[in-house]
Design a protein around this ligand. Structure first.
Ligand SMILES: [Zn+2]
Length: 482
């Protein structure tokens, strides 16, 4: 079997992959509660001859499906969690909620699952047809949204022994995601005070809500004295009830602290803790600091990314029907984003190149070209976070993105949910499966590629090794059950 034969195998299995994606879209399960989604993928992998281990890293909805023997060992990452509050009719060009307040696949992780399953199946076929040594492992990674499932899996040693890892993400363009992303900690501050009648006996009360508010004020002053690239966000997840005539006895604030490196997050976290304790002292309340999760920054790997880009550009780009183009145009009219902002991330600091790409896409509501990749560019930071970060510290890791949505579609939006269960999304998913399978085969057959990718990782880590920032006693939990 050659690569072309492997891609034809993927085309023959398109229905299996689109069915997985569409069913997971229907299930729309949120972080660490993706039981049906994980079962569906595990059953499929077993049927296709993979050995499946469930509960990887002690997480009920994580798994690892392996095929092959010996090295090299190539990991492919799959995600399948949805977002709350984004229920939306598929293929609609206007906001139409299906289940009031229900969940929706606002980050396209249903497609993510289908594409990664496809890549793993194709690599398995290639290994067995060609009787090659080597192993392919599909990692079922739950709770990416607000849960950092991969970071818990990494803490449990799931990614040890890999020679390389590949992942992808549905997006509005076809490109390589070679940027670093921010490390983060998520921490819940739980204040406890004393309830009392707010008018008749206020002197007997000690307000937990006052403490939470004072903590937030303190942190807002802290912002002036942290590094530029740090981000500190919070949500009051419990304000102590809705009776203003009660001195609120409880209040919870969930913090998300981000910075380019884990050591910088740790430093800010210690300062935020001091502010929380200070707020408790001022109000004569108590504070409990509950560490929820952490994830590491992404260590880019240009060597492996280049191999992935070569495979992406070697592929025929999808061709879209009139119907798909019409839907994409209608959705684009409702989107606040633009093609230019979608492209800028990848064509950084090259205005002429950006104009050239925009000209080529003029009148195309869906990106039908592969964007250039600049392996020699200095690293840039995408100011978000991803738990792929933890994997990227352990083994050379590369990520591709493919166009599954109209240009300008905002992430985590109803427009994205709508397109995640359409043939537009399916076409992007198939392209990603092929690009990852192609790069995995290159890694299996080229010891030199893996050697150079590992040398790059060693150089970038500069003597540091991966250390999980999540304390040993902290286990993953659905956000509604913190
Ligand atoms: Zn996502």
């Amino acid at each position: 079997m050659n690569k072309e034969g492997m891609f034809r195998y993927l085309d023959r299995n398109k229905k299996t992959l689109t069915d997985i994606s569409d069913k997971i879209w229907d299930y729309a399960e949120t972080a660490f509660e993706e039981f049906r989604s994980a079962d569906l993928i595990m059953d499929t992998m077993k049927r296709h001859g993979f050995d499946v281990e469930s509960g990887t890293g002690g997480i009920g909805t994580a798994f690892c499906a392996s095929f092959g023997a010996g090295g090299p060992v190539i990991g492919i990452l799959a995600e399948y969690d949805a977002l709350s509050g984004l229920s939306q009719e598929a293929g609609a060009a206007e906001r139409r909620e299906v289940i009031p307040g229900g969940n929706g696949h606002g980050c396209g992780h249903n497609l993510f699952a289908g594409g990664s399953v496809g890549a793993a199946m194709a690599v398995k076929e290639y290994i067995s047809e060609n009787k090659l040594p080597g192993t392919v492992k599909l990692f079922g990674c739950p709770g990416e949204e607000g849960g950092s499932g991969k970071a818990f899996m990494a803490r449990g040693g799931a990614f040890g022994g890999l020679d390389a890892a590949l992942a992808w993400h549905p997006m509005a363009v076809n490109a390589i995601l070679d940027m670093s992303m921010l490390a983060n900690y998520q921490v819940l501050y739980k204040f406890k005070g004393t309830a009392s009648h707010a008018a008749a006996s206020p002197e007997k009360g000690r307000s937990a809500l006052d403490a939470a508010e004072l903590m937030n004020v303190g942190v807002n002053f802290l912002r002036e004295h942290v590094i530029q690239d740090a981000r500190i966000h919070y949500a009051i997840t419990n304000s102590g009830g809705f009776s203003p005539n009660v001195v609120q006895p409880t209040a919870d604030v969930l913090y998300l602290i981000r910075a380019p490196r884990t050591s910088q997050v740790e430093e800010i976290y210690q300062r935020v803790n001091k502010i929380a304790r200070g707020a408790a002292m001022m109000t004569e309340t108590e504070v409990e600091i509950q560490f929820v999760k952490a994830c590491a920054n992404i260590v880019p790997n240009k060597t492996l990314s280049k191999a992935l880009h070569d495979n992406l550009t070697g592929m025929d780009m999808p061709v879209y029907t009139e119907e798909e183009l019409n839907l994409a145009s209608m959705i684009a009219k409702t989107s606040p984003g633009s093609a230019s902002s979608d492209l800028e991330r990848y064509v950084r600091g090259r205005p002429a190149e950006l104009r050239r790409c925009l000209d080529m896409l003029d009148g195309h509501p869906i990106c039908d070209m592969a964007l250039p990749f600049y392996p020699d560019d200095p690293d840039s930071i995408l100011p978000g976070s991803s738990d792929v970060g933890d994997v990227s510290w352990i083994t050379p890791t590369a990520q591709v993105v493919t166009a599954c949505y109209s240009l300008g579609t905002p992430e985590h939006s109803w427009q994205l949910v709508s397109q995640s269960k359409t043939s537009i999304g399916h076409k992007g998913m198939m392209l990603a499966a092929k690009a990852m399978a192609g790069a995995a085969v290159d890694a299996l057959e080229s010891p030199d590629l893996l050697k150079r990718a590992k040398e790059e990782l060693t150089e970038r880590l500069n003597g540091e090794t991966y250390r999980s920032a999540i304390p040993a006693h902290v286990m993953p939990k659905p956000i509604s059950k913190l």
